[in-house]
Design a protein around this ligand. Structure first.
Ligand code: AMP
Length: 381
């Protein structure tokens, strides 16, 4: 019986623990919030990332430590790695914590990115904006997620507002890409180098937060091979172990790297019911050195995120082949509190299900782009 320790006790840790339980794996989650939602399904150690006395007991109790949150301080990851096995390794975690280092790594390994440059002063911002052009987006290099720590500049007149919103910490300015679509690839690498990927997924965001995912994405024959090669190159370069997501823009038919999440990812939640082996089970298998499970999709899945508060569960539960996930969190604006996954064998069936669920929940706007993508798809019969 192995015990996996998870730093971070949110919904990702919760779904990891639920996926690992049938394998006989035990979990301990660490979070400084006493109501961290993974604590409802696994023992919760309430401790701060830098409370090394509390983490000492944790390190002794677990066989392997992993993360549900990428912004665990790098020194905590290094400290833990001296006491227990840590996957993904602290170097991989650190490489993804800084947007500038991450984009430089993508380029070094042959994955194009939007034009970008470091910004450390207001003068830098003016100079770099003149070079990159508008529209552009200013982002904090560290600690940003779900669109937090970002400011969009439509013209040079926005420099003052952007600087007063974010100035004072290391920043990166990126060209704003008028992408055709956003896709992501969830990949898993085992301790012995075994590597597998789930099908490419198309994602839609609202206010910088994932709103819906379609898996597999439609019409991606030309993109799948390159996306897989990029993910493999990054994973091998970092000696990465576990699941991760590569978030990509499709622009003029080409892939551009946006960011990498060194953990299981929201755009992979559909795999719980929509793939043979979920991203969560595969992450647990990977960090424990077990063989990886089959990543094939079972038909088409659409994942709808519930942000802020849960809608009524009943219309979803009444739908055949729909799955409800309530993370057990209290409602709060911008907070991910749950999701639903709908499954179907074909595009027409999926569109029917989406129309019916959206009408019952008053969520027509959330599903509209997914229905449009399915209607235009040549690959989803
Ligand atoms: P991020 O936290 O960087 O993944 O940004 C959240 C979302 O904002 C992305 O998924 C995109 O929808 C959008 N976004 C971020 N950066 C850019 C960019 N350079 N060009 C266009 N859209 C972007």
């Amino acid at each position: 019986m192995s015990t996996v320790g998870i730093l971070g006790g949110g919904q990702l840790a919760r779904m990891l623990a639920l996926a690992g339980a049938p394998l006989g794996v035990r979990f301990i989650v660490v979070d400084n919030a006493p109501d961290a939602c993974a604590g409802q399904v696994a023992p919760l150690l309430k401790a701060d990332w830098r409370d090394f006395a509390a983490l000492e007991d944790f390190a002794q109790a677990v066989d392997v430590a992993t993360f549900d949150f990428e912004n665990v301080p790098a020194d905590t990851a290094h400290w833990l790695a001296e006491r227990t096995q840590v996957f993904p390794n602290p170097r991989a975690l650190a490489a993804t914590q800084d947007r500038l280092a991450e984009k430089n790594l993508f380029r070094e390994l042959g994955l194009d990115t939007p034009a970008f440059a470091a910004v450390d002063s207001r003068a830098d911002l003016e100079r770099v904006l003149a070079a990159i052009g508008c529209p552009a987006v200013l982002k904090t290099r560290r600690l940003g997620y779900d669109g937090k720590g970002q400011f969009r500049l439509k013209s040079a007149a926005d420099v003052d507002a952007a600087w007063s919103a974010l100035g004072g910490v290391p920043l990166i300015l990126e060209a704003w890409v008028a992408f055709e679509r956003e896709v992501s690839l969830v990949a898993v690498r085992g301790r012995n180098g075994e590597f597998c990927t789930y099908p490419l997924v198309q994602n839609w965001h609202a206010d910088g937060i994932l709103s819906a995912s379609l898996a597999p994405a439609a019409d991606t024959q030309a993109l799948t091979g390159p996306a897989l090669s990029h993910a493999r190159a990054i994973a091998e370069h970092l000696d990465y172990v576990g699941a991760f997501a590569l978030e990509l823009f499709v622009s003029d038919g080409r892939l551009l790297g946006n960011e990498m999440a060194p953990r299981v990812h929201n755009s992979g939640h559909w795999t719980i019911e929509g793939a043979v082996c979920s991203q969560f089970e595969n992450h647990v298998r990977a960090v424990l050195g077990l063989p990886l499970g089959d990543t094939s999709a079972l038909g088409i899945s659409v994942m709808l995120n519930w942000i802020g508060e849960l809608p009524d569960a009943l219309p979803v539960l009444a739908e055949p082949r729909a799955h409800w996930h309530d993370y057990g969190k209290s409602p709060r604006a911008g907070r991910k509190v749950g999701h639903a996954t709908l499954r179907a064998d074909g595009s027409a069936e999926m569109r029917e299900r989406l129309v019916s669920v959206a009408r019952a929940l008053g969520r027509e706007a959330q599903v509209a782009p997914v229905i449009a993508a399915l209607a235009e798809s040549r690959s989803h019969a």
